[in-house]
Design a protein around this ligand. Structure first.
Ligand code: ADP
Ligand code: MG
Length: 454
């Protein structure tokens, strides 16, 4: 058997320094600054953000860095160490439909900053920049390299624009600047980045990724309520419990993902319209965490709540004709299920603390239930992901699931710390036996939100 391949945990200080050097080499001067933003690991809650449910993410130690220098000629020039070709465009020409590929995420943020109103975040007319991007977030791995790119871009562009704002007597930056304590600004920037991804990059996104990358707290998971984008930090101390999260980048390509993701999202919107609900979350009862029930009772309560909700939806005139049974009982069923799993997890880590071995066992069960829902109801898994999940479970993981939008990307398992190496090896072997692309295992450490590094 071939040794399991582990990524190296990034040394952030060294990366900032090497990006600074690469910038000097390419552009012949020091950058005005370097900014970075993390990818995210979503512990639970997929296809839930755009339906007004809650999600349970944590920032990753893997980040996208951007070194930048102000230009005063309205030109945006960007290069990425992960991409072969530089892109350069007059900033005023960037709009939905005029840019494509990875530059859509960078240029899209510039466009979106000017759309979102607010003199304090729109860019001065002559503003331009030279940017150099480097990242350790796996691209297309379900760990949100896209939001890491957007959010670091937003901070970079906003702060790079400061000298021009002063010279041209424009509105200065919002009070409190871009620092991590300015959650108001970061909430606005998260919306800016969402809009860039939705309208310019052309990928649908509901805000989970950008909210985590910009608004999370260092070393903390969070539960975000997408009815109002409020969140609470949640301490998920796996290490203290002798456990570990094993993150597996399956390396399975997710080429088909965009159309698949959109069709599922559209089905949710169809159900929402047919029922007249503000969002799909509103079709479920208010309280879904069942703090007084044990794991098994809570599971039964969840299943009957989901079944009742689907039955009520099916009785709404036109729903079955419009949506079809498969989408109602598959795609939207998944959304209701994952919403409930997140709220149970929140209850475990907030109402029912301190954690006990039972807390972690149940969290693992929630993971595995979510995976079954993604696989069987939503139809968003694929063989590589199922093999990774099943192999982890065969090696006594407490639970495992695919993370992100599915059709490729990463798998997350909860297991004991001692079991991590043998579990990783077993997954590597299972992939090799089947001729799959070699998976990469990602060591974890506490992550922190977007910030300025230099
Ligand atoms: P995920 O967010 O799960 O990694 P997405 O498909 O949402 O996957 O986003 C991946 C896309 O984001 C890439 O195809 C590319 O266009 C862009 N991207 C991400 N990281 C970088 C990078 N370091 N340099 C340039 N583009 C990037
Ligand atoms: Mg993404």
């Amino acid at each position: 058997s071939i040794a399991a391949q582990w990524a190296t945990l990034p040394d952030h200080t060294a990366q900032v320094e090497s990006l600074r050097e690469a910038f000097v080499e390419r552009y012949g001067s020091e950058p005005d600054g370097i900014w970075s933003a993390p990818g995210r690991l979503n512990l639970l809650g997929e296809y839930v953000d755009f339906n007004g449910g809650s999600c349970f993410p944590t920032p990753l130690p893997y980040r996208t860095l951007i070194a930048g220098r102000l230009r005063r000629d309205g030109i945006l020039h960007a290069e990425s160490l992960q991409m072969p070709t530089p892109v350069e465009r007059p900033l005023r020409e960037i709009a939905p439909g005029t840019v494509s590929g990875w530059f859509g995420y960078v240029g899209g943020v510039a466009w979106s900053m000017n759309q979102e109103g607010g003199e304090d975040i729109s860019l001065p007319p002559d503003f331009g920049a030279d940017l150099l991007i480097d990242s350790t977030v796996p691209v297309g791995g379900g760990l949100s390299s896209s939001a890491a790119l957007e959010c670091s871009t937003a901070l970079a562009l906003l702060e790079l624009s400061c000298p021009l704002r002063t010279e041209e007597s424009l509105e200065p930056l919002p009070v409190g600047g871009c620092g991590p304590d300015n959650d108001d600004l970061r909430a606005r920037l998260a919306r800016v980045c969402m809009r860039a991804e939705n309208e310019v990059a052309g990928a649908v996104t509901g805000g989970l990724d950008q909210t985590t990358s910009l608004r999370s707290l260092p070393g903390q998971a969070m539960v975000i309520d997408f009815r109002d984008f409020s969140f609470e930090p949640v301490d998920v101390n796996v290490t203290g419990a002798g456990l570990a999260f094993l993150v597996i980048d399956s390396r399975a390509p997710h080429d088909l993902a965009d159309g698949q993701y959109s069709s599922r999202r559209n089905a949710c919107e169809d159900l929402r319209q047919a029922t007249g609900a503000e969002n799909l979350r509103a079709l479920l009862p208010d309280d879904l965490g069942f703090p007084d029930l044990d794991a098994e009772e809570a599971r039964r309560a969840r299943e009957s709540t989901v079944a009742d909700t689907l039955e009520r939806c099916a009785r709404v005139p036109g729903v079955l004709e419009g949506l079809g049974e498969d989408k109602l009982y598959g795609w939207t069923k998944h959304v209701f299920t994952d919403m409930m799993l997140v709220e149970r997890a929140r209850t475990l880590f907030t109402d029912r603390t301190p954690t006990t071995p039972e807390t972690w066992r149940e969290l693992g069960q929630l993971f595995t239930t979510s995976h079954a829902s993604m696989r069987d109801d939503l139809g968003a898994s694929r063989n590589e992901l199922d093999v990774a999940v099943d192999t982890c479970l065969d090696h006594d993981a407490l639970g495992a699931r695919l993370v992100g939008g599915g059709f490729g990307g990463a798998v997350l398992a909860l297991t004991t710390r001692e079991r991590v190496p043998e579990t990783a090896q077993a997954v590597a072997d299972a992939f090799a036996d089947r001729g799959y692309e070699k998976p990469v295992f990602l060591p974890l450490a506490p992550g922190r939100p977007a910030n300025r590094d230099l």
